[in-house]
Design a protein around this ligand. Structure first.
Ligand code: 3PG
Length: 433
């Protein structure tokens, strides 16, 4: 039974549980309880020696693990690393060692997921202790039973992992926002057998991303760039429908909108889209519809930087040459974007403005990202490559929230149904009586 009906959100406000579609750690007394905690510590790994190359996700989830242990829960951690067939598809021993250093507590790594060894250790677990079971994707069913059936999660619930581990715990805590677009047993299978609670990483992601899109301080704007143009056009549609006031476009996303508005972007950039953007005709059609439906709310570059023999050449979009590629937004566009960013109450950013890896064409991305990091508004940055760019540019400290999710963040921003969130929602309906 839920303990209380409210909790402190990331912004320090109290929201009533009824307003929330999920339960959290604050809703139950977990001391002395066995909890299954699913985290996402999928990390970059050096294929030559198996060492971790990045511990960002491990650090983020450490807070949830420590809090649960400090509250005397008996913490049984589930996580994955990579996918079958990949070089970094390894066990979680080094992840456990790293997390243990971070929280300064012992984390016992067990090289078993739900067999005899795992159950033996679970049976002996004491209040406040933490055990990390092995890479859940070593289990074939975790990969095979991942179809989202919409009306139920029976497939996943009947998996061996869930059948063996469910009787061992009273609560399932899902902290794995970065995997919540997946419908695998370890993410959705436990939620019907016991209350499924959002962990701190999950809670923070949902609070920040949700607010950035629907209810953060106004005006709310989004900066969408990069080369994943199909995703970005879908994200733009969802954002505009949910009340994001303006979308600033860059990179291939801007090129799609330029084409949709009737601009000829020249041969190489057009060919890039034809070759690399799946269903590009449909994407351009949607971009056209959005320009019409949300008139004045999608900002498209008025000038760009061309790549002419490796050098930057700024020009207006009204008469672009056929033979050169568009590599960055132009200076007038940049000034306009910075003005809009400076006045925004909420900014959500996903994707660079151009080919920023080449310093000749990094100005647009550098300046736009730098303006975002200086903003006093609520700033949220999508995970994966955008997060990496903010880190490389030394701008990450100025951002309120950087998502841990790559694919999951895109899925959330596009407004897709995410199986693991759906499982938590249904679990709340079932257990919060
Ligand atoms: C990620 O790294 O984005 C998540 O861990 C999900 O991994 P996946 O794409 O292999 O499911």
């Amino acid at each position: 039974m839920a303990q209380n009906s409210s909790y402190v959100t990331v912004d320090g406000e109290f929201d009533s549980l009824e307003d929330r579609s999920f339960l959290t750690i604050d809703d139950y007394d977990l001391s002395g309880q066995n909890v299954i905690l699913r985290i996402d510590i999928n990390s970059s790994i050096n294929p030559e020696n198996g060492d971790l190359l990045d511990d960002t996700r491990i650090k983020r989830h450490s807070a949830t693990v420590k809090e649960l242990s400090d509250k005397y829960a008996r913490v049984i951690v589930l996580a994955h690393q990579s996918r079958p067939g990949k070089l970094d598809f390894v066990n979680l021993e080094k992840h456990g060692e790293r997390m243990s250093q971070i929280i300064n507590k012992e984390i016992k790594f067990i090289d078993d997921i739900y067999g005899k060894e795992a159950i033996k250790h679970i049976n002996n677990i004491k209040d406040g202790e933490i055990i990390l079971l092995d890479n859940v994707r070593f289990d074939d069913e975790e990969i095979e039973l991942s179809k989202f059936m919409n009306d139920n999660f029976d497939l996943q619930r009947k998996s061996k992992m869930v059948r063996k581990l469910s009787p061992q715990a009273s609560f399932f805590i899902n902290d794995a926002f970065a995997a919540s677009h997946r419908c695998q047993p370890s993410l959705v299978g436990f939620a019907e057998d016991m209350p499924a609670l959002a962990g701190r990483v999950m809670q923070r992601e949902l609070d920040f991303l949700g607010k950035a899109i629907s209810s953060g301080p106004t005006p709310r704007i989004a900066v969408l760039g990069g080369s994943k143009a199909a995703d970005s056009v879908a994200i733009a549609e969802n954002f505009l429908q949910k009340g994001v006031e303006k979308i600033l476009t860059g990179g291939v996303v801007a090129n799609i909108f330029l084409i949709a508005s009737g601009v000829d972007i020249g041969k190489p950039s057009t060919e890039f889209i034809e070759k690399h953007i799946p269903n590009h005709e449909t994407v351009i059609r949607l971009a056209k519809e959005l320009l019409k439906k949300f008139k004045g709310r999608i900002e498209i570059p008025t000038d760009v930087a061309l790549n002419i023999d490796g050098k930057r050449y700024g020009t207006n979009v009204s008469n672009l040459p056929q033979e050169h590629s568009l590599y960055d937004i132009g200076i007038d566009t940049l000034v306009n974007y910075i003005n809009i960013i400076e006045k925004a109450g909420t900014i959500i950013a996903n994707g660079p403005m151009g080919v920023f890896e080449d310093s000749e064409f990094a100005t647009g991305t550098n300046e736009v990202f730098s303006a975002i990091s200086k903003s006093d508004g609520m700033t949220v940055v999508g995970g994966g490559e955008t997060a990496m760019a903010f880190n490389q540019m030394g701008l990450a400290d100025g951002i309120r929230h950087i998502s841990t999710g790559g694919g999951a963040c895109i899925s959330f921003m596009s407004g897709e149904t995410m199986p693991a969130l759906e499982a938590m929602r249904r679990s709340k309906n079932k257990f919060n009586k």
